[in-house]
Each structure stands twice: as structure tokens, then as C-alpha cells.
Design a protein around this ligand. Structure first.
Ligand code: GLA
Length: 391
């Protein structure tokens, strides 16, 4: 929906008067997948798809949540926000508010209306977009009352804590950080161990390439349990090598160290997971260097290598993402393609020479549909600024 339309809907729902609007963008990750939970490097960017949160304070302690695409209103009470983790929808929002309250933010009652342009469950992090939009909205109201400055990195950490503790998805920091800290036409090289980051210009357009998002439309069922399982397999690998290699987190290990100590990881599954994390981390640093030097071809090759590793070693792709990959990689003008996000369905990205984009969409669409029976979606990724208020 357009923002003015959402404003009208808000007024129709909660009555006329001022309301503030905050955007939490979705993200794609260019490379560095399943490295964040092991302290490694990631290379995401915020995109134009977004969650919009419209908010107005209330004087009683009630929170009312509504969404433009869902029926009904969810009501909660600020005096007990601990008990809404299992409701059909609204747990991301209330989880963020609960964590903020515990960290000393004073909450008032609020009327809120959400509008999403991020397809749910598509691997573009609709959940982080909602969490970050909520955190910015609540922090802005808190700032009105107390003058406390808004710290986007802290808000990203709050959003991640809400997802870990309230919703039960043991995710890393990448999605919330990208949504809170994104910068137009830049990707963020983020070291997740200590949150050191730098912005790197994504010069694909200038070199005649389009960054496409390819949605498999495969809903990601059981994602939380599969994700949490991968994470604990990594932790097992880490516990086998940390002493001998003298590392503080798994991604701190270099590929050479891995080759030296890998025999200590007895379980073959844990060893495969570790191999992915360590080589993917090295690939991310190298890929970022290539992009800086405008070596888009070299960058694309590493992007593709990332998919292969996620398929064969980390095993998070599945038939739909692999069908999308197989169809994409064969097209003229494609220099790199890979799944993006947690995996198990959702989206991939493809870097395609501008002139080849229409044929790519037609051919990949056809081939993918024939193989899977699903109708994919294709969008051009616009890299945008991170979370912000819309005046
Ligand atoms: C999900 C998680 C992120 C990250 C990716 C995989 O999107 O939320 O923290 O682990 O998967 O890279």
C-alpha cells in the first residue's frame, strides 16, 4: 500500500489525529551465509521492500496492533508483555516491546498499524523488517519523552534478542543489522563477532549488471528447528577445535587451520558444517575485495561458489532453491547466483547482464515451473537506506 493509504486506514481504524510512520527494510545478503551465528563476516544490504509501522501513543497502558493484510486487532497490556510469544501474529512486535521494556525504555500505550511489501516467509527477512520498524517506533516515542538518542545498532541487537528469546529462532545479527543500518547503493561488510562494519559501494549497475531477486515461492516450513539444528552442529564442531586451535569463535579459524585441525571434529556432519562456515567466511572477505576493485566477474564466481557450499556442505538449499540455481546458472549473461538468507526455500539472487534480464526471467520462470510446479517471482533489487522515519 502507498503510505497515504496506510495513513487513511490508520485514521479509519483508530480515529483522526497525528500518527508517525517508520520503515524497516527487508534485506538480501550478497555473500557470507550462515556465518553470522559463528561470529563471521556477512555482506548484506537493505532493499526497497519494507515493513511500515504507523504509531500513535495512547494514555492508557493498552497496545493495539493491526495490519493492512490481516483481520482483527491484537490487544496487549504494557504491564505484562511477557506472555504473547505464541499468539497467531504480533509476537515479533510485542517481543521487541518486551525486550525494550526490560532494557529500561519506558513504554506508553500505543495504537499501531503495519503494512508489508515484503512477501512473508520468502527469506528476505520480513520478520527483521517488522522488528526493526517496531524498535524504531518505540524508541522514537521514548525519545520524545526522555530525549534519549536513538542508537540503531542497539535497536538491531534488541530486535535480535526478541527473535531469539521471545519467538525462539536462534538467529544471528545479520538481518536486524542490515535493516537498521543499511545504506543506499552500498552493502555492509559486517564482522558479527564484534559488530565492526564498513560500507562498500555495490557497483553492479555501473558495470551493466542487474541484481535480481528470484522468489522460489516455496514456503519455508520447519525453518526454526532446522536452523537451530545447524547452529548447534556448528557449536559442536567449535567445541572440538577451540582449545587446540586457540579460537574464540568458529569463524575465527582460517581455512589452513581448518585443514590442520579438522580431524578433531569426529562427527562428519559437524565437520561439513564447519568447513562451510570457515571457507564461506574467507570467500566473503575475498568477494568484498573483488567488488571494491570492480571485478564483478570474480565477485560473481564467489557468489556461485557460496551456493554450492550451502547445497553440499551446509545442506540448507532443498529442491526448489537448487532448481532455481540450476536454471539460472545456465542463462546467458549470468555471472553469479546463490540462495540468500537461511535457505530451505525463499529467495535466491542472480547477477545478470542488463540486456539478458528479460530472457532470464522468461527462461528461468518456465524451466523452474516445469520442474517444481511453482510460479516464481522476479524483482529487481534496489539497495536502499536502513530503518527511518517517513515524514
Ligand atoms: C537467517 C538468520 C540470519 C542468518 C541467515 C543465514 O536469515 O536470521 O541471522 O543466520 O539466516 O546466513
Amino acid at each position: 500500500m502507498e503510505i497515504d493509504q496506510v495513513r487513511r486506514k490508520f485514521a479509519g481504524m483508530y480515529g483522526p489525529g497525528e500518527a508517525r510512520a517508520f520503515i524497516g527494510p527487508a534485506r538480501i545478503n550478497l555473500i557470507g551465509e550462515h556465518t553470522d551465528h559463528q561470529g563471521g563476516y556477512v555482506f548484506p544490504c537493505a532493499i526497497g521492500l519494507r515493513s511500515l509501522c504507523m504509531v500513535r501513543p495512547r494514555t492508557d497502558g493498552k497496545i493495539r496492533l493491526a495490519a493492512t493484510d490481516l483481520p482483527g486487532i491484537v490487544e496487549a497490556d504494557i504491564s505484562d508483555l511477557s506472555c504473547y510469544g505464541r499468539i497467531p501474529w504480533g509476537s515479533y512486535q510485542l517481543g521487541v516491546m518486551h525486550v525494550m521494556q526490560k532494557r529500561g525504555y519506558t513504554l506508553s500505550g500505543m495504537d499501531l498499524l503495519y503494512d508489508e511489501t515484503v512477501p512473508y516467509g520468502s527469506g528476505l527477512s520480513s520478520s527483521a523488517a517488522i522488528e526493526v520498524a517496531t524498535a524504531f517506533a518505540v524508541a522514537a516515542l521514548h525519545n520524545d519523552r526522555t530525549g534519549t538518542p536513538i542508537d540503531p545498532v542497539e535497536l538491531a541487537l534488541i530486535a535480535q534478542t526478541a527473535e531469539n528469546d521471545y519467538v525462539g529462532m536462534n538467529c544471528g545479527i545479520m538481518d536486524q543489522f542490515a535493516s537498521a543500518m543499511g545504506k543506499k547503493d552500498h552493502a555492509i561488510l559486517l564482522r558479527c563477532h564484534d559488530l565492526k562494519y564498513e560500507y562498500v559501494p555495490v557497483r553492479l549497475k555501473e558495470n551493466g549488471y542487474t541484481l535480481l531477486i528470484c522468489n522460489t515461492k516455496k514456503p519455508r516450513s520447519l525453518i526454526t528447528s532446522a536452523y537451530n539444528q545447524r547452529r548447534s552442529e556448528c557449536e559442536e564442531a567449535f567445541s572440538c577445535v577451540k582449545k587446540a586451535a586457540g579460537i574464540r569463535f568458529l569463524a575465527e579459524m582460517t581455512p589452513d587451520q581448518f585443514e590442520e585441525y579438522k580431524r578433531l571434529i569426529i562427527d562428519p556432519t559437524a565437520r561439513r558444517r564447519a568447513r562451510h562456515v570457515i571457507y564461506e567466511n574467507a570467500r566473503t572477505i575475498e568477494a568484498c575485495e573483488k567488488l571494491r576493485r570492480s571485478d564483478v566477474q570474480g565477485f560473481g564466481e564467489l557468489v556461485t561458489a557460496s551456493h554450492v557450499s550451502l547445497r553440499d556442505l551446509f545442506e540448507v538449499t532443498g529442491p526448489e532453491l537448487d532448481a532455481m540455481f540450476e536454471a539460472s546458472i545456465r542463462q546467458d549473461g549470468v555471472i553469479g547466483t546463490r540462495m540468500t538468507g537461511a535457505g530451505f526455500g525463499g529467495c535466491s539472487i542472480a547477477i545478470v547482464k542488463d540486456a539478458n534480464v528479460p530472457a532470464f526471467i522468461e527462461n528461468v520462470g518456465k524451466e523452474y515451473s516445469q520442474k517444481t510446479g511453482l510460479h516464481p517471482g522476479f524483482y529487481v533489487a534496489e539497495i536502499e537506506d536502513g530503518a527511518r522515519e517517513i515524514k
